[in-house]
Design a protein around this ligand. Sequence first.
Ligand SMILES: Cc1cc2nc3c(=O)[nH]c(=O)nc-3n(C[C@H](O)[C@H](O)[C@H](O)COP(=O)(O)OP(=O)(O)OC[C@H]3O[C@@H](n4cnc5c(N)ncnc54)[C@H](O)[C@@H]3O)c2cc1C
Length: 302
Amino acid sequence: MSLLDRAVVAVLPAIPRPVVRKLSAPYIAGPSLDDARRVVAELNAEGKTATVDVLGEEVAQASEAEAIAAEYVAALEAFERDGLDANVSVKPTGLGLKLGYDLCKRNVEAVIAAAEPTNRFVRIDMEDSSTTDDTLRLFRELRDEGHARVGPVLQASLRRTVADAASLAGASVRICKGIYVEPEAIQFRDDQEVRDSFVEALELLLDGGSYAAVATHDEWLVDRALETIARRGLAPSAYEFQMLLGIRADLGDRLVEAGHRLRIYVPFGRQWYEYSMRRLQENPKVAGYVAGDVARSLFRRR
Ligand SMILES: Cc1cc2nc3c(=O)[nH]c(=O)nc-3n(C[C@H](O)[C@H](O)[C@H](O)COP(=O)(O)OP(=O)(O)OC[C@H]3O[C@@H](n4cnc5c(N)ncnc54)[C@H](O)[C@@H]3O)c2cc1C
């Protein structure tokens, strides 16, 4: 962690809410579903699809988890009404995983029940390592119960991921580096090891006939993915790239222009402040990017 990153993490709680809102504005659609609809419509007009995340993690009560599930249902209904090209990404802890596996599963099923009639996909985000086994179990049970349009996420930074990728052959899987900082015993520390794990997992998924969602803004990884796609002669319908709202839009535009599918992850919701702070505190590297944004905005003001 650089000194600058460390400094940013240390002062985070002291940053006034409106400043956090301003800093996080490019990365979050806004507090309401209308904000998400507006942003998705803009992305669709640029030839990009979206996956929408209702903000809310680690809820304290079953009713909060059910309320989040209801927000997803409302979002899916709105996308259908508006003719928007968007699906959803759910977080197991937001849907109650820490309160009980069965509660979480019921809530995911409620979201799937709203998504399936309109052929929309439900991606189950991967959270910290205390949830990995339950999240993969959740996915496998849902798949085995006949839900075809649901898929998990793998985090290349985890040492277990290549083995998980081998076992998920055929599933629709998002592969990303992983945002959570975990003990070294289970997570690579070296950036190149993470990249190598990403590429190996991607190759295994494609070998197994998976639809792969390549979620990264790392140009080195994007280039490796493009190489493997070209080598295998994959049609653009056999994979997609994914990026977070507000990050490396230039790289995303290049992919779209070259004919690749690009899906943008669009978070929205009342819990934007908690989400921003958590992301920043969990991963000091992100704090470093924010520090960079602040520095750039200072320069722009001159
Ligand atoms: C669509 C999508 C879904 C994701 N889902 C999950 C998930 O379910 N679970 C999970 O643990 N993680 C998830 N992530 C986060 C992911 O694990 C990484 O933490 C994040 O994508 C940064 O890694 P990177 O591959 O972009 O590489 P990095 O090396 O971190 O970034 C490459 C470049 O991208 C730019 N960049 C990256 N992040 C930022 C930022 N926050 N602000 C400004 N610039 C930035 C910088 O220019 C940087 O040099 C997801 C990411 C994406 C794109």
